[in-house]
Design a protein around this ligand. Structure first.
Ligand SMILES: [Zn+2]
Length: 115
């Protein structure tokens, strides 16, 4: 005869914890949409967009203001700080290389599959 028990198995606890964490995360991030095309991009493309959105990159503005590296935060075009927003929207140097390794707009477009 099988013993009637109320013990929760490890698998059941794991499922409950995952569901609770997911529910809390969704409440904390109401604008999240799994249908956002961002989530259909591969890791390289998502990383490139993340660098631009967060300004955590190797562009002059970040290197100069956060890491105290370099002589100026100003872009080579002289029209403003070299930030992700600047090189992706307003710089006349759009499509040119911005130093040893930061993502140029050309690289960004290539990473996004656009030409
Ligand atoms: Zn510029």
């Amino acid at each position: 005869m099988r013993e009637n028990t109320t013990e929760t198995t490890f698998g059941e606890m794991k499922t409950c914890i995952k569901a609770a964490v997911r529910t809390r995360w969704i409440k904390q991030h109401p604008s999240f949409s799994a249908l956002d095309l961002y989530h259909s991009l591969n890791r390289v493309k998502q990383t490139t967009i993340f660098w631009l959105r967060t300004e955590h990159n190797r562009l002059r503005k970040y290197m100069y203001t956060k890491l105290k590296i370099g002589e100026t935060p100003i872009c080579q075009c002289g029209q403003g700080p070299q930030s992700g927003e600047h090189i992706s929207k307003t710089s006349p140097n759009l499509g040119t290389r911005y130093g040893p390794s930061p993502p140029s707009s050309q690289k960004i477009c290539m990473a996004l599959g656009e030409t």
